[in-house]
Design a protein around this ligand. Structure first.
Ligand code: PMP
Length: 414
């Protein structure tokens, strides 16, 4: 494998680590090794400072005030929207709707697009690898409408069976909703090909990008998707803020979801008319600081370089995969050819929670459980897995610490 420093234009991981104050601490007397970024990522100082600067200098409500602070807050909030637009290459800033996170984005589409388009007997297609956030909103919709949820299968490596998926898309399909990257297995789906395939049958596509945006360059126009959802907190931004990208034509047709301030154009007791995009979908005071923090996170990611991040993580994933494969009794769950930054595994018959607890004593943070993907766990025939997930600030030493920690787990449970 190539040494990190030999590659030109490479991400300097030690410099990156200095930007994340939280990483400089000990946990149970050991240096923190944070391998849980798929659950939530850590925040660079630039994000923390952008949020506190906003509260210290500009805090005011947006869109409504004539005073200077309100103007500044509005400007910063809308500038954040434009940063998101450029980050995912949306055609227009008004195609970017600020929401609480991926979960809310998907619920918004289910409750607006879904409720107006889906009728009894219609079908929504998802995959067996989806996070509960991309299952339950569709189930709720299907229950209400008498519609049917169809589930595309995968093989034992965690690779989506695209031909099977294609067969599921029929004349009753109203939407295909799938993850861009699986949170439990790390599989990167060939979403561009899948979108083309669905569009040939006139079926719109929602992509759950929660696990993709921190690792891959995303271009919604090149992907051709109709909706794209992601969360700020997984992209080194604050929690409580996320994004729904939707193509203008679809967003225009969709009714609003929540009613309240800012989403209206005029209100009388007889009739309310709605605001233009994107405000029609942003009822109430939004998470202004969150949006500004997300904008700062995007500036940070672009500053490091999306391609440099992807290359760094790819090397690290290869290194980690090889290292874990050498641990006797360790079974990697999810070995698709195209993967991003996630290593799910089992170790002998040690319960994943026990793995996590022993590692925690060593200062190593991983996630254990069903990863909000219970149907996937059932398909795999396991109740839970241990999951280490990587981000731009992880280095080979973190992987080495994980391997040493897993040897300790084996000793404890021998
Ligand atoms: N989809 C995927 C693939 C995820 O990994 C997650 C978060 N684990 C979500 C959706 C939900 O994101 P949030 O909780 O930020 O709304």
């Amino acid at each position: 494998m190539r040494a990190l420093r030999e590659v030109p234009g490479r991400l300097d991981v030690e410099r990156v680590r200095k930007d994340f104050p939280i990483l400089r601490q000990e946990v149970h007397g050991n240096p923190l090794v944070y391998l849980d970024s798929a659950a939530t990522s850590q925040k660079p100082r630039a994000v923390i400072e952008a949020v506190s600067r906003y509260y210290e200098q500009d805090n005011a409500n947006v869109h409504r005030g004539v005073h200077l602070l309100s103007e500044r807050a509005t400007q910063a909030y809308e500038a954040a929207r434009e940063k998101v637009q450029r980050f995912v290459n949306a055609a227009h800033a008004h195609e970017i709707v600020f929401v609480r996170g991926t979960t809310e984005a998907i619920n918004l589409v289910a409750q607006t697009y879904g409720r107006t388009r889906v009728r009894s007997g219609d079908e929504i297609v998802i995959t067996v690898m989806e996070h509960h956030s991309n299952i339950v909103p569709w189930q709720m919709l299907c229950e209400e409408k008498g519609a049917v949820l169809r589930v595309a299968p995968m093989d034992d490596t965690g690779t989506l069976l695209v031909d099977e998926l294609e067969r599921l898309i029929g004349s009753r399909t109203r939407l295909l909703a799938l993850g861009h990257v699986s949170n439990a297995l790390g599989t990167i789906h060939p979403v561009r090909r899948i979108v083309e395939m669905a569009h040939r049958k006139n079926v719109p596509v929602l992509l759950d990008g929660a696990q993709a945006v921190p690792h891959l360059a995303v271009d919604v126009q090149a992907l051709g998707c109709d909706f794209y959802a992601f969360s700020g907190h997984k992209l080194f931004g604050p929690s409580g803020i996320g994004v729904l990208y939707g193509r203008s034509e679809l967003l225009e047709e969709m009714p609003p979801w929540q009613g309240g301030g800012d989403m209206i154009s005029s209100v009388t007791f007889e009739k309310t008319t709605y605001n233009k995009l994107p405000y029609k979908f942003e009822a109430g005071t939004p998470d202004i600081a969150g949006a500004i923090g997300l904008g700062a996170a995007i500036d940070y990611v672009r500053g490091v370089g999306v391609d440099a991040i992807a290359a760094h993580e790819h090397d690290l994933l290869t290194y980690a995969t090889e290292a874990l494969r050498e641990i006797s009794g360790l079974r990697l769950i999810g070995t698709a050819k195209e993967k991003a930054s996630v290593l799910s595994f089992l170790l002998g018959d040690v319960h994943p929670h026990d793995i996590g607890t022993v590692l925690d004593r060593e200062g190593i943070a991983i996630r254990t459980g069903h990863h909000c993907a219970q149907p996937l766990m059932r398909r795999l025939g396991v109740a839970a897995t241990a999951r280490a997930s990587l981000a731009l600030y992880n280095r080979r030493e973190d992987v080495d610490a994980l391997v040493a920690g897993l040897h300790k787990v084996r000793e404890v449970f021998a």
